[in-house]
Design a protein around this ligand. Structure first.
Ligand code: HEM
Length: 348
């Protein structure tokens, strides 16, 4: 039988274990890289290696490991690990582009590649310009977006993505708005957190939950405004929005089990994040809880984004077709009477 374009598409869009494995490795190594990068700031090692792209005038890959001590260990180790993540990203972006059929996923691979390059340059600029707040903040936020992209790649190339059953109409508008709103609020919270961290305002209000013995600070300056916005206002908004979204998703009778599981993970991540934030303050910014707080912040962002992504999954994959682990981007390979309407497919 002559191969149709649908068959060709299905071949390209199959679940590919090697590709999934690589994306999973990228996601895990990016999470570790976030932690390693956080430790650079948390231990004040940002300028332990004063030059870039060289390390003490040497090719960074030839720098002797025996000299990686103290702050150099954190700073140079972060650079080496980042190079590994960069290499993995190049391989995955090329593989997605040539061996994978979904257009949006190709674009996601290219975006990850562009972002990892931008991130490398931003990292270099933080060193060259001696840690300016704007560049360090951009580097911190780009890191969280990059991690979110790697989670998306791992999720979209996994078997789970295609195995979600065919019933299409599981999302109602409040859930979608809440998912979108939560992504925006968490990103703003991360942005304010990064400004606070890099302007050394993490302890501008040195107590929690009271602020200088009161509910709201009795006096204000830049550091206190940023700190209050993050530790009280932003944190409350994140908790309220995520609680509303989680309740909606868990109570919905039609919602897929996988999405309910994501909602539970989000609940755990937000709770852990708040506890870690409090320990960051109570411990006077001890490096380990502070750095875990930064990393779990990235996880909260990634989980909120995954829920949003799941709500748009049918649209992203081009409609109703689920015949080949759900990976085809062609519109009709199921019988027309069983085909799912794609317009309004996200409404309950
Ligand atoms: C619940 C949502 C929260 C999220 C998503 C979040 C996220 C973040 C992130 C990503 C950073 C680091 C930014 C960077 O440099 O890359 C940060 C910093 C910080 N966060 Fe949070 N945070 C949350 C809640 C809290 C709470 C409840 C507290 C305190 C009670 C808190 C206290 C802090 C402090 C003190 C820093 C600065 C650490 C430093 O100066 O090194 N956060 N937050």
């Amino acid at each position: 039988m002559k191969p149709t374009s649908t068959n060709a598409n299905n071949r390209n869009n199959r679940y590919q274990p090697a590709l999934y494995g690589a994306c999973l490795a990228l996601m895990i190594s990016t999470f570790l890289l976030l932690f390693a990068g956080g430790m650079v700031t948390s231990t004040n090692s940002g300028l332990s290696v004063p030059d870039w792209p060289t390390t003490f005038g040497k090719n960074m890959f030839l720098f002797p490991p025996s000299m990686m001590k103290g702050g150099i260990f954190y700073e140079h180790g972060h650079r080496l690990f980042a190079s590994l993540v960069g290499l993995l990203t190049v391989i995955i972006a090329v593989a997605l582009f040539f061996f994978q059929g979904r257009r949006w996923l190709k674009m996601a691979g290219i975006s990850a590649l562009v972002l990892v390059i931008v991130q490398g340059v931003l990292g270099g600029m933080t060193v060259r310009y001696k840690l300016p707040i704007s560049v360090s903040t951009a580097h911190a936020c780009a890191a969280e977006i990059f991690f979110m992209l790697t989670v998306m790649l791992a999720f979209a190339t996994s078997r789970v993505w295609g195995q979600v059953p065919d019933q299409p109409l599981r999302w109602n508008l409040p859930e979608q708005f809440l998912a979108l709103g939560l992504c925006i609020v968490v990103f703003l919270q991360i942005l304010v957190g990064a400004v606070m961290r890099h302007s050394y305002a993490g302890l501008a209000i040195p107590t929690f939950p009271s602020a200088f013995g009161e509910l709201a600070p009795p006096f204000w300056n830049f550091g206190i405004v940023v700190n209050f916005s993050h530790t009280r206002v932003g944190a409350s908004l994140v908790v309220l929005l995520s609680a509303a979204l989680i309740v909606f998703l868990l109570r919905s009778k039609a919602q897929a089990r996988g999405v309910k599981a994501l909602a539970l993970y989000l609940a755990m991540a937000v709770a852990a994040q708040c506890v870690l934030g409090m320990f960051t303050v109570w411990s006077g910014k001890a490096p380990v809880p502070t750095t875990f707080h930064l990393s779990i912040g990235a996880l909260v962002f990634a989980l909120a984004f995954l829920i949003l992504l799941a709500s748009h999954r049918l649209r992203l994959d081009g409609g109703a077709n689920r015949s080949n682990l759900g990976y085809s981007n062609t519109k009709v390979t199921v019988a027309p009477d069983k085909a799912v309407p794609t317009s309004g497919a996200l409404r309950a």
